[in-house]
Design a protein around this ligand. Structure first.
Ligand SMILES: Cc1cc2nc3c(=O)[nH]c(=O)nc-3n(C[C@H](O)[C@H](O)[C@H](O)COP(=O)(O)OP(=O)(O)OC[C@H]3O[C@@H](n4cnc5c(N)ncnc54)[C@H](O)[C@@H]3O)c2cc1C
Length: 426
């Protein structure tokens, strides 16, 4: 393939990159989509759930061709101590709002959609640098190839080398990222459905808080694929390094907890992956654009993890679309200067799905409260034990029982403060 004559280079064929390339190619723009993996998705890790609205926005009714494993009918959260657990479940009336998928299939499919729209994809090709002329980005350098383009979209994920090369980001601090780790455990569909109380082809998404993270900031997750479970943990990188907890011990805690053990029993682990997750939000970059370049997806911190929903892929798709739309506008003006591309920042702020990041912008700070991981899950479980246990001793009223459980564990002032802060944050 000739590497001449491209107007836009999109770096990274994850959800952000493919969405951007597709949106541009559909409008007749000459787009080159460059991926370092042997195929799109070959290197990508995630938990397992994608919110459908973003794909509908990108593809209309064709979103239904996506490689869906299961539509998520059941949501659940479990608070756990070493030997007890308290779970809450919700069954959605419309499971099509989100689905589980496997990234090696999903990213490949989405990149193929971009190709069908006219984008040119090259794989196994790592972009090492930017072509810079007087501070303006004028193309990319991939191995021996210097590829001139009018504009570049960096969709190269959390550790984004390109945003740093363009002077938009500094080195990531441990407190700005989490470490995500995941097992894929093969399990026959009927067993999985029986254990999780699902109808055939329905899926579940479940989070775990407490014992599994060993007091560290974070929690566990479980998603159902067609005939496998994705079981994993997301934990603050700074907490892991300062408390010197080996990450594999956290996965062991989760796998061996009685609540999880019986769900995965007899399953065969066929994959283990780990990856970084941006937690600092959009302020991870000084700004998401510069002369000749835009940044989208994880690379721009477009991700929202508020403890009960984890949204990276939908945010990546939406920001990829926004980047492409910004370029389509700038193309009419034939002006890719920083001044022309600054409309991208406005687009991002006005995009309803991305606004959620600002609505919940205080969540990361709230979730830094260690009591959420090493005090409250235990309180919830102990209170449930006290309420449900009937052993012939005189029972106290529930309110009194709850007061007794908090004694010595958390002061009333801290409890009220945490509740109020939670109410304000969420
Ligand atoms: C354990 C874990 C669980 C998660 N669970 C969920 C979940 O359930 N739901 C959800 O929505 N999100 C989840 N996420 C987050 C989600 O995976 C990301 O937010 C999403 O993948 C971001 O998409 P992206 O396109 O911005 O970046 P990525 O998916 O990271 O894609 C970046 C692409 O760029 C390529 N690349 C990087 N550098 C270069 C280079 N120099 N040259 C060429 N190519 C390059 C990479 O190979 C990759 O294909 C999870 C993440 C982790 C780690």
């Amino acid at each position: 393939m000739s590497l001449e004559g491209f107007e836009v280079a999109v770096v990274g064929a994850g959800p952000a990159g493919s969405a951007a390339a597709l949106t541009l190619a559909r409008e007749g723009v000459q787009v080159l989509l460059v991926e370092r993996g042997t195929f799109p998705g070959s290197k990508n890790v995630f938990g397992g759930r994608i919110y459908s609205y973003a794909l509908k926005r990108l593809l209309g009714e064709r979103w239904k061709d996506a490689p869906v494993e299961r539509f998520v009918r059941k949501e659940g959260i479990t608070f756990m101590t070493a030997d007890s657990s308290f779970s809450v479940e919700y069954e959605s009336k419309d499971p099509t709002g989100s689905f589980t998928s496997i990234r090696s299939k999903f990213d490949k499919w989405l990149a193929e959609e971009a190709e069908k729209a006219g984008a040119s994809l090259i794989t196994d090709s790592r972009v090492d640098d930017l072509v810079l002329e007087r501070g303006i980005v004028k193309g990319i350098i991939a191995g021996p190839d210097k590829i001139p383009t009018d504009v570049v979209i960096a969709c190269d994920g959390t550790t984004t080398n390109l945003a740093r090369k363009a002077g938009l980001a500094s080195m990531l601090e441990p407190r700005e990222v989490s470490i995500g780790m995941k097992d894929v455990i093969e399990l026959p569909a009927d067993k999985m459905e029986e254990r999780l109380g699902l109808e055939p082809e329905e899926g579940a998404a479940h989070v775990f808080v407490g014992e599994c993270s060993g007091g560290l900031r974070g929690g566990g997750f479980l998603y159902t694929n067609k005939d496998s479970l994705a079981l994993g943990m997301v934990v603050g990188a700074d907490d892991i390094s300062t408390k010197k907890v080996p990450s594999h011990t956290l996965m062991d805690r989760l796998r061996n907890h009685r609540k999880v053990r019986r769900l995965i029993r007899g399953g065969k682990t066929i994959e283990y992956d780990a990856h970084m997750i941006p937690e600092a939000g959009p302020k991870m970059l000084t700004r998401p654009y510069t002369g000749g370049m835009l940044v989208a997806g994880d690379a721009a911190g477009h991700l929202l993890n508020n403890g009960y929903t984890f949204r990276g892929v939908d945010m990546a798709i939406v920001s990829g679309i926004a980047a492409a739309q910004t370029i389509l506008e700038a193309r009419k003006r034939k002006d890719y200067s920083a001044q022309s591309l600054q409309t991208y920042a406005r687009r991002l702020r006005e995009e309803p799905a991305l606004k959620d990041m600002y609505t919940f912008s205080k969540v990361p700070r709230y979730l830094r409260n260690n009591r959420l991981y090493n005090v409250y899950p235990e309180l919830v479980c102990n209170a449930a034990e006290a309420i449900y246990r009937v052993d012939g001793n005189r029972k106290r009223k529930i309110y009194k029982e709850l007061r007794t459980q908090t004694k010595g564990k958390v002061s009333t002032i801290s409890l009220i403060r945490d509740l109020l802060a939670g109410a304000r944050t969420f």
